[in-house]
Each structure stands twice: as structure tokens, then as C-alpha cells.
Design a protein around this ligand. Structure first.
Ligand SMILES: *Cc1c(COP(=O)(O)O)cnc(C)c1O
Length: 389
């Protein structure tokens, strides 16, 4: 029997689900698989956050349906974070909305803003959810190329007028997954000026806003002048505080965009469990030394992996300033998928083919430093021994 809608049956398999299946097969056949595919690092959630969650679990008032917009404490903590980190003032009532993770926000933002046939301008390569949520909302995707020669920053001027006339939303994602590119406020200013001049909303996915290295501080799109006229920013506790499984994020900025999403969400979900929101609020209001401590570990790993890759002839052009990924060209003679498959079959190491992030990722691969140093070294050692590059 066929139960799937056409829309669902035409979705290509979620890349990470496909890789997970391959991994399970190998594990069952006794291979020690080292997974550098998914961005979900090994380091634990900070203890003070877990303690706060336990404490909130003692209070039965927290067990009711949560507030649709997110509990007061959580929204105020986000306002505190934006003031402290970016010197951006936000109204917790109208300019902040709690999300069940950034992914949920992306998935619901798109149908909140577009009608069938409208265009969404999406970077290529990019996090696959922008593209899939557009497809599920019967929208059209315009691929905005991110190329190495331009530092993986888009050239807005190349978007055809006819597309702009049918576009409702531009997605950006800086610090960028998968390319690891980082920008400064002047880029966000240019992006906001462009979006406003065309009457298009703009959303920056800032999932990695605090995973930064070597003195780099990621800016917020809301630091651009006039940003609140057209811009929103999505963020998450997942990467910043190693809370991927908690499922807690936020969207901030233009109040009309937030209102649209809030209406959509109040008809599809009822928010995240209040103790999780309160633990997240606690994390955002505490000192951020714990973040620095983890960032130092990621950075060390990134540098080690980059050096090891160089020793087998794979060049990482620029040491990343943010994210916990390394993005590099596949060796000559391979497509992205052929290289990732060869690495997995010959070494039991999972990397992500760049093409999984869109056609613009062809020719590259992404590696996450999501395991400890010993396993990372082992992974590179296996590549050295079993891949004749
Ligand atoms: C990891 C990631 C997300 C997902 O964040 P959650 O809050 O865990 O849903 C969103 N966007 C990008 C670019 C990511 O890499």
C-alpha cells in the first residue's frame, strides 16, 4: 500500500539519515566506525545547565502547557544575551520567540512567509533544511552561489530581477555551515540594504554564533542599521552550549515576521518543555567561560586535523574562525560522493560529501571534529594508510 503523499515521496532521503544507515550496517559487521559526519560533538552539556534542569524538574508548576512564545525567563535571557554579546536591544514581548531548536524555526518560518510559487533565495551549498522546507511549502528555490573565490559570500547583484520580484525571503547562515566562512557587520549591512531595497525579508541562521576561535567574534545581522525593518536571526543553544538533544532555540528581530511565525507555530506546536527553557535561560545568563573552554578544544582539533590532511595532500585553505568543521577539496579524480564512499568503505571513517549541501558543494567534503583527539588521529592515520592519494 502507498500511504505517502507525492510531496513526501519525492523528498530525497535526508542525507544524514542515509549516512546513519550505512554506519549501522558497518557497525553490525564489526567495523569500528569513526563518525566525522554529523555536527554533534562528543563533549557533554555543561554541568551547571544540567543541574538547573534537575532543579526545575522538582517544580510541578513547570509541567503545564508552556507559554506559546516561550517562558518569560527564557525570552528575557535571550534579550540579555543579545545586549551583552552584540549590544542589540530586543523587546522580549514582540521581538523574541522561543523555538524547539533552530531547525524547527527554519522549517516553520518558510511557510509562515511564503505562498505556493513564491521564491526563497537560498545559499548553495547550505544546510539542507532551507531547501526542503521551501519544497514542502510548495515554494521555489533560487540558488545563490557561495564560491571559494568570493570567500563564500554571495553576490546579490547576480540575482535576476524577475526572481527578486517573486521572492519573499533570503536565507543567510553566518558563521557558515558547511563552508566555515565568517563575515563582519559590513557584510550584514550590505545584505540588509539589498533586502530592504527589494522589500524582501532576510533571515540569518546563527547556529554557530558563539563557536568562534582565535579572537574572532561573530556579529549579529541585527547590528546592521535598519536591520529590524526586514531581518530576523535564528539561534540555538545546541552548538553554543552543547545542548543538541535539548531542542531549544530562538528567533529574534522584526516583529511582523516573528508574529507570522508565532501564529503558524501556535497552530502546530505548543513550545518546548518549560524546565528545558529555564535551563537554557540559566545557560544564557551565566558566564560564558564554559563556551571558551570548549571552543579551545574544537580549535585545537581543527588545527591538528588540517595539518594531518595537509600531510596526505588535502589542503585546508584557511583555518576556520568558527564552526567545528573543516571544509576542503576532494582529491583530483573523485566526485564528492565517490570520495566520501571510498573513505567510508576503505577506512570506516564517515565524512560528508559537499554535494549533500547542494550542487555548489560538489568537489568538496566536510569533516566535523566531533570525536576526541585519539579518534581523530586514528581517522587520519587510516586515511593515510588506506587511501592512495
Ligand atoms: C546544527 C544546525 C542547525 C540546527 O540547530 P538546532 O537548534 O539543533 O535545531 C541549524 N542550522 C545550522 C546551519 C546548523 O548547522
Amino acid at each position: 500500500m502507498e500511504f505517502q503523499s507525492k510531496r513526501v515521496s519525492q523528498i530525497p532521503p535526508y542525507m544524514f539519515a542515509e549516512i546513519k544507515q550505512m554506519k549501522e550496517k558497518l557497525v553490525q559487521s564489526g567495523v569500528h566506525v569513526i563518525d566525522l559526519g554529523m555536527g554533534d560533538p562528543d563533549l557533554p552539556t555543561h554541568a551547571h545547565v544540567v543541574e538547573k534542569l534537575k532543579e526545575e524538574l522538582q517544580d510541578h508548576h513547570n509541567f503545564k502547557y508552556p507559554n506559546f512564545r516561550g517562558c518569560q525567563e527564557y525570552r528575557e535571557a535571550i534579550a540579555h544575551f543579545y545586549k551583552k554579546q552584540f549590544d542589540v536591544v530586543l523587546d522580549p514581548e514582540t521581538e523574541i520567540l522561543a523555538l524547539i531548536g533552530c531547525k524547527e524555526g527554519v522549517a516553520h518560518l518558510i511557510p509562515s512567509l511564503i505562498d505556493p510559487g513564491d521564491y526563497v533565495i537560498i545559499p548553495d551549498p547550505s544546510y539542507p533544511v532551507y531547501r526542503m522546507a521551501t519544497y514542502l511549502a510548495n515554494g521555489n528555490e533560487y540558488r545563490l552561489p557561495l564560491v571559494e573565490e568570493h570567500g563564500y559570500k554571495p553576490d546579490f547583484a547576480e540575482i535576476p530581477q524577475a526572481i527578486l520580484a517573486q521572492s519573499k525571503l533570503i536565507f543567510l547562515n553566518y558563521p557558515n555551515n558547511p563552508t566555515t566562512a565568517a563575515v563582519d557587520v559590513s557584510f550584514f549591512q550590505e545584505a540588509c540594504d539589498f533586502a530592504r531595497s527589494h522589500g524582501i525579508a532576510i533571515a540569518n541562521d546563527s547556529a554557530y554564533n558563539m563557536v568562534t576561535f582565535d579572537g574572532y567574534q561573530a556579529p549579529s545581522i541585527l547590528q546592521a542599521d535598519g536591520a529590524k525593518d526586514i531581518a530576523v536571526e535564528l539561534g540555538s543553544l545546541s552548538k553554543t552550549f552543547n545542548m543538541t538533544g535539548f531542542r531549544i532555540g530562538y528567533i529574534v528581530g522584526n516583529k511582523d515576521i516573528i508574529q507570522a511565525l508565532s501564529i503558524y507555530k501556535s497552530n502546530t506546536d505548543t513550545g518546548q518543555f518549560t524546565p528545558i527553557q529555564k535551563a537554557a535561560a540559566h545557560a544564557l545568563k551565566s558566564g560564558y567561560e564554559c563556551i571558551d573552554q570548549y571552543n579551545a578544544i574544537y580549535y585545537k582539533r581543527i588545527k591538528e586535523v588540517s595539518e594531518a590532511l595537509a600531510s596526505i595532500g588535502i589542503e585546508v585553505k584557511e583555518t576556520p574562525k568558527s564552526t567545528y568543521f573543516v571544509w576542503a577539496k576532494v582529491p583530483a579524480g573523485y566526485t564528492s560522493k565517490a570520495f566520501a564512499t571510498a573513505v567510508l568503505e576503505k577506512t570506516g571513517v564517515i565524512i560528508t560529501p559537499g554535494s549533500a549541501f547542494g550542487p555548489g558543494g560538489e568537489g568538496y567534503f566536510r569533516l566535523a571534529v566531533s570525536v576526541d583527539e585519539t579518534q581523530l588521529r586514528e581517522a587520519i592515520e587510516r586515511m593515510k594508510q588506506h587511501l592512495s592519494l
